[in-house]
Structures are given as C-alpha cells and as structure tokens.
Design a protein around this ligand. Structure first.
Ligand SMILES: NC(=O)C1=CN([C@@H]2O[C@H](COP(=O)(O)OP(=O)(O)OC[C@H]3O[C@@H](n4cnc5c(N)ncnc54)[C@H](OP(=O)(O)O)[C@@H]3O)[C@@H](O)[C@H]2O)C=CC1
Ligand code: HEM
Length: 485
C-alpha cells in the first residue's frame, strides 16, 4: 500500500513492460489477498494455540517444570490464556483483525467509508501488540543439548522399572548425563520480519504527510448539473500525469478522512492549476460542498482574490498512479466511462487538446460514455466538442470516435444546439458491449486494444467478462480496471 513508491516505480522508465505496470496497478487486490491470508493463517494459529493451552493443562510435566505454562496439572485452559502475555495479546490481535476484516467488506466501504478508514487504522495497534505477543517466552528451546542430550538420564533420574534396571545397567551408564536440561524462551523474531515493511510504509506515510502539508489554494469553484462540483486548485510544485488521482483532506469536514478524486486537468506550462470534478453523493462531499459554496456566488467562474478567504483549508496528498495512465500507450484504446467515472478520461482529453495527438503512440481512441441523464454530458461537452473540432482541423477525423449513451429516457430532451457533434453521437439506452467489441474487432484487426473502464462496478465486471471472452485470433482486448474505491 505504499502508493507513492508504486507511483514512482510505475512512472519511471525502469518499468517498461505494460504487463508489469498492470501488475503494479493490482496492488490493492494483492493487499486484500495478503489481508485475507493473515486472517486465515491467524485462525489456524489461534486454533493450534487453543489446543496447546489444553495440552499444557493435561500434560503438566513434573520432570521439566520450566516447560510448563499451566501452574498445576488440570488448570483451566481459559485461565492459561487469560493470564499470560501471548494469551491476552492474542485475544487483542484477533479482535482487531476481526474488526478490520468486517469493516473492510465492500458493503461497509461503500456504505460508510469512514467506518472502514477509522477501523483500518487499528493496524498501528495491531503491529505494536504483535511485537509484544512474543515476549511471553512460552515457546522454549533447550540450551544445553551437549550436556543433556535429549533422552539422557541424570544421576537421580531413571525412567525404567527395577527389574529391567539391572539388565540395562551397562547401557544406562552410557546414557548418564552430567546436568539437568535447561530451557529458554525463544528470542522474539517478529520485529525482524516486520521492521522492513513497516519502515518502508512509515517512510511512505511520512513523505506523503510532508508533501501534503503544502497549502493548496482553491482558485475556482463551478457548479455543474446533476450535483457535480468542479474544483480548480493551485499547489506549489504539484505535477501530475493524466489518469492519476489525489487524496483530498478537508479538516473542517474531518481531519482523518482522505477522499480519492481523479484529476480532470493536470498542471501544464501555461496553466498551473489542476482540477477535480466531485459528485455530491455522501456526507463528506455534501459537507465539503456546503463549505465551498457558502457565501460565494456560484455563478462566477473565477472568484476575486478577496473571496479566497471564504474557502475551507484543504490538503492534497498525491498524485497517485492508476491504469488510465496507459491509455496513450496502446495503438488503439477504448475508454468506457459510467457517469462521473468519466473523470480520468476527461483528463486524457484535456491533454490531447493541449499537446495534440502526435506526441503519443495512440492512433485511435474510442470513447464510450454512459450517463443516466442528458445533463451529465454538459460536464465536459465543451471539451468533447473542442477535441472533435481540433482533430477534424488536423485532418484526423478517424482518431477520436465517441458514443454517448443516455440510459434513462424519461426526461430526455434535445441537447443544446452548440454541441452538435455530441447530438449526432447520442444514443438512447445502455451500450450493447458484445456488439460494440465485435465492431471494434472488425475495424482493428491484428491489434491489441487497451480497454479502460471507470464507473459503476457493474460496467467493469460486464466489460471485463466480454473482453476476456472475445474470441478472435486477430484482435485482443486488454482490460485495465480503474478503481480506487
Ligand atoms: N478513478 C476512479 O476509480 C473513479 C471511480 N468512480 C466511480 O464511478 C461510479 C460513477 O458513479 P455515478 O456517476 O453515480 O454513475 P451512475 O450510477 O449514475 O451510472 C452511470 C451510468 O452507468 C450505467 N450503468 C450501470 N451499470 C451498467 C451496466 N452493467 N452496463 C451498462 N451501463 C451501466 C447507468 O445506467 P442506468 O441508468 O440504467 O443504471 C448509468 O447510465 C462511482 O461508483 C464512482 O465511485 C468515479 C470517478 C473516478
Ligand atoms: C482482512 C482483510 C483486509 C482487507 C479486505 C483490506 C482492505 C484494504 C483496502 C481496500 C485498502 C485501501 C484503502 C484505500 O485505498 O482507500 C486498505 C489499505 C490498507 N490496509 Fe488493509 N485490508 C485488510 C487487512 C489489513 C491488515 C490485516 C492490515 C495490517 C495489519 C492492513 C493494513 C492496511 C494499510 C496499512 C493500508 C494503507 C492505508 C494507506 O496508506 O492508504 N489491512 N486495506
């Protein structure tokens, strides 16, 4: 989960292979797999030590008292657990893990991200308790193997009955040893395994904290249809690439919550501002929007300096990498956006408009955008028309192929006449993915098409399935899933 380190590795040219970069994008999936593995092996570990506690009670050894954890034979195993350091710390670890696992489920994260986020930060307590877990010294090893080889007999010790004893006298003499067996608790080794990853992660968080401390100035706040707010910001030394996202923190709403937003414009030589489009869907975005719009006229594009003081203080952590950065690294790319999931692709199109298509490997871009309402398309209608006109002027009409789908037809009206290129590409209903992919397959034979999807999970799942099942030796659809939530 060292996002900045991953973004650095992903962005440098050392990771030339797209396959490796795509693997780096799976860091969250890998993390969840590790988290679940921790839970599964912890369950096995706990079961083994519960059996262990029962054994300590029933197999109490008078012969080797230092090996006992029970205080007497038949002691209640529950007491052995509740009165030893490994026992008590083990219960705390299991409780933390259970809370983290339950709060990390998709439903909790989408219902209330804060519950997940607060609970998940219990990992700090988890690691501290884990370091203490081993100091109890329950697991022991013998320190004097040479002086007391396992199975040997000390002077007053015999494990044979008298009759047999006479017969084995000579043999026993050889098995005599000079001292009692001595045992010592294992030296705690957990910190050896944890110190590397923890130091790396702490360095990552420290770096992110220092970087996010730089103040951010809100330059413009624009209200868009369908509950979307555009925020244009300025931050010293902030640089980003299209497709990347930031973590936004607004202490006036909550000091501990960092919400991810994909950039819709990146700073360029001519324009130092960067922007995000946020959809007001939860309590954090609602509260944040109230603070943004309180006392400022929402019809003004750029606010006079005097208004800046009215804005809440915000911090920006990032940018962080994402699969969408690779849209320009294919000959042909298909970008599918669902609703506000258009944001990473809007950033692409801004970059295409600023820098032109000749700077990139990409030779053909298919853009499919599905929205419930027609007004949603106004979020980036100007941008889409500008890109369309620019490519026609540069005699590359085939470069940018866009299809806009409006899925809810009850409130359908005509799009504004000034966006004619969009009106002629507007379709009603949801896309038929299989048909769409077949059409692309036919017009792009022998190509590896990069498929990028950002939006409701249902679209990603459906499209991913169709890309994998697309049977054609000539065309390959390589699915790149975009998600930070
Ligand atoms: N970088 C990232 O990872 C980002 C991710 N997002 C995510 O994108 C999502 C966008 O949310 P929102 O704007 O509310 O989107 P909506 O819920 O409004 O859905 C957008 C469109 O997708 C359509 N749709 C839903 N499922 C399918 C499907 N299986 N096949 C075809 N079309 C489908 C909907 O059709 P219908 O109306 O018929 O349901 C609707 O027209 C959010 O979950 C957000 O987290 C947003 C920004 C960035
Ligand atoms: C049990 C299953 C687990 C699941 C499903 C899970 C899920 C997640 C998810 C989805 C994120 C990303 C949050 C985001 O990007 O906004 C995350 C982050 C993180 N998780 Fe887990 N996790 C699990 C277990 C654990 C465990 C056991 C630990 C450590 C003891 C842990 C430590 C972390 C850390 C340190 C982060 C990074 C937070 C950051 O820096 O952004 N997780 N986890």
């Amino acid at each position: 989960m060292c996002r900045s380190l991953l973004k650095f590795i992903r962005g440098t040219h050392t990771v030339s292979s797209r396959k490796t970069r795509r693997m780096l994008d799976k860091y969250k999936t890998f993390h969840v797999a590790c988290g679940l593995a921790i839970c599964i092996f912890s369950a096995i570990h706990v079961s083994a030590h519960l059996a262990n506690a029962a054994n300590f009670s029933t197999s109490y050894s008078e012969e080797f008292p230092s090996l006992n954890v029970a205080r007497y034979r038949g002691e209640d195993p529950k007491w052995i657990i509740l009165t030893t350091i490994p026992g008590v710390t083990g219960i705390v670890l299991v409780l933390i893990l259970f809370l983290m696992l339950m709060s990390s489920s998709n439903c909790v994260r989408s219902f209330n991200y804060e519950i997940f986020w607060y609970t998940h930060n219990l990992f700090i307590v988890f690691y501290i308790v884990l370091m203490v877990h081993m100091v109890g010294g329950v697991l022991k090893y013998q320190t004097n193997i040479e002086a007391h080889p396992p199975g040997c007999l000390t002077a007053n010790q015999s494990n044979m009955d008298p009759q047999a004893k006479e017969m084995e006298k000579a043999d026993n003499e050889e098995r005599r040893c000079t001292e009692e067996a001595h045992f010592q608790g294992h030296y705690p080794q957990t910190w050896i395994w944890l110190s590397g990853p923890l130091c790396l992660y702490c360095a990552e968080r420290f770096f992110r904290y220092i970087r996010s401390c730089d103040p951010v100035t809100i330059v413009t706040v624009i209200r868009h249809p369908c509950n979307v707010i555009e925020l244009q910001m300025l931050k010293n030394k902030f640089a980003a690439r299209p497709g990347q996202y930031i973590l936004l923190n607004c202490p006036a709403v909550s000091s501990f919550e960092n919400h991810p937003f994909t950039l819709t414009t990146c700073p360029t030589e001519n324009k130092k501002t960067f922007s995000i489009h946020l959809r007001i869907v939860g309590d954090w975005t609602e509260r944040f929007t109230q603070l943004l719009l309180t006392g400022s006229r929402t019809d003004m594009k750029t606010l006079p300096m005097v208004q800046h003081r009215k804005y809440p203080k915000i911090y920006v952590d990032g940018p962080f990498g994402s699969p969408s950065e690779d849209v320009f690294n294919y000959d042909v790319s298909l970008c599918v956006a669902g609703g506000i999931g258009v944001t990473p692709f809007a950033c692409m199109l801004h970059t295409l408009l600023d820098r032109g298509w000749t700077h990139f490997r990409l030779q053909r871009l298919y853009f499919v955008w599905v929205c419930s309402e027609l007004q949603s398309f106004y979020w980036f209608a100007e941008l889409l028309c500008s890109v369309h006109h620019k490519l026609w002027q540069e005699n590359r009409p085939d470069y940018f192929n866009m299809k806009l789908y409006v899925s809810q037809t009850d409130s359908l009206e005509n799009m504004s006449a000034k966006y004619r290129p969009l009106t002629s590409r507007l379709l009603v209903g949801r896309p038929r993915w299989k048909l769409l992919l077949n059409e692309l397959g036919k017009t792009n034979k022998h190509k590896r098409i990069g498929v990028f999807c950002c939006g409701p999970k249902a679209i990603s799942r459906t499209l991913h399935r169709f890309c994998n099942s697309f049977q054609s030796s000539e065309t390959v659809f390589e699915f790149n899933k975009e998600s930070f939530s």
